[in-house]
Design a protein around this ligand. Structure first.
Ligand SMILES: [Cu+2]
Length: 370
């Protein structure tokens, strides 16, 4: 009896040891296991307008599913985040003055949108489909409020905000200026957008938001202590074709991807990044809580796509290239980021080093832009 037991145990021990030493990499893709990340196994991230109508609706349903789930913040910690989806905006607001105009900008947003992709997969979005991206240059010839993204149809991300008559030009403030430099400077005026009011058509219409709005001037001082409290207001947009043509045109994107080094890449990217946010207006334009608009994740997938392309051009020198500190415009000055700089994703995910974020086809990631 004793012998049988012990040999059964040794078989079990061998099995356990085999499983533990197996080279299978456990990715965080809800129960999926992939041995190696290849072009064939990678999640495909596609341009919004090249998805079928049904695929777009699947994406929208998964986002709505997240909006219907409970917030992950402990009770009372962040009353203004009333659901799982808005937790992303809440976390973003809390770290915004570290992860923008800083050395961790690209890395933070790569992991941030991957956490959203994982969450969508946990909410019925097909596991082989990745986040869609918004290739701005494909939307320059026709008004955005007639595009597949924002035409207000059931397969769009909802419509423009209701038109606000006699809306004045948007004047670039001192706080906004560094983010749109060198294309625009303080005092420059941008023609008014086509909306400005509440979104009342299509998916996400008539949504009440509780986080924000926070004026861009708070980049100079930080958020007030009561920013976590509920402030009910409607979900707005103010689509602006002129801004997209000015800041996100094909020439500017071509020049960005040809940037010779990370410092130049980031510098050119500033106005392109802000361009997408200002183009959509409403919460998208909010420096702190922009992820409240689902368009955020498509905009940042496109930014991540351009970083991926730039990195792939010369992986040896560009994979782990960083420039900047972990504070907004280095105010106050903090040490330069490195591979071992750690980002904490709080309720959204764990702690991650920049090194772990550097490669979209290794370690925690396995996705491709197609
Ligand atoms: Cu951001």
């Amino acid at each position: 009896m004793h012998t049988t037991k012990s040999s059964a145990f040794s078989v079990l021990a061998t099995l356990v040891a085999t499983v533990l030493s197996s080279p299978v990499v456990q990715l965080r893709h809800y129960g999926q296991q992939r041995s190696v990340c290849t072009k064939e196994t990678a999640t495909k991230r596609m341009e919004w307008s090249s998805l079928s109508t049904d695929e777009r609706k699947q994406y929208i349903s998964a986002v709505e599913c997240l909006m219907a789930k409970d917030s992950r913040y402990p009770a009372g910690e962040l009353p203004a985040s009333d659901n799982y989806y808005s937790d992303f905006a809440a976390h973003h607001a809390g770290v915004a003055l570290h992860v923008h105009m800083s050395g961790s900008f690209l890395s933070f947003h790569r992991e941030f949108i991957q956490l959203m992709e994982d969450s969508l997969h946990g909410c019925g979005y097909p596991s082989d489909m990745g986040l869609p991206y918004w290739d701005w240059t494909a939307y320059l010839d026709a008004p955005l409020n007639q595009s597949t993204l924002f035409d207000g149809s059931p397969s769009s991300l909802g419509g423009d905000g209701e038109s606000m008559r006699r809306q004045g030009s948007y004047v670039i403030s001192a706080a906004e200026a560094p983010m749109v430099s060198p294309v625009l400077e303080k005092g420059n005026m941008i023609p008014p957008g086509s909306g400005g009011g509440c979104v009342v058509e299509g998916p996400f219409a008539n949504t009440t938001l509780y986080l924000g709005p926070f004026p861009v001037e708070l980049t100079l001082t930080g958020l007030p202590d009561d920013w976590t409290e509920k402030n009910p207001h409607c979900f707005t947009r103010n689509l602006n074709d002129a801004v997209l043509r000015l800041l996100n045109n094909a020439n500017r994107i071509k020049s960005l991807v040809a940037a010779p080094n990370i410092t130049d890449f980031q510098y050119q990217l500033n106005a392109i990044h802000r361009g997408g946010h200002v183009t959509v207006g409403g919460p998208m334009m909010d420096f702190f809580v922009s992820p409240l608009d689902p368009a955020f994740f498509l905009h940042h997938a496109q930014i991540d796509r351009l970083w991926t392309m730039w990195q792939a051009h010369d992986p040896t020198s560009r994979r782990y290239a960083y420039n900047g500190t972990n504070t907004y415009m280095s105010l106050p000055d903090t040490p330069e980021v490195t591979n071992s700089t750690t980002l904490d994703f709080g309720v959204l995910g764990g702690k991650v080093t920049l090194e772990e974020i550097a490669d979209p086809m290794a370690g925690r990631y396995c996705y491709q832009y197609v």
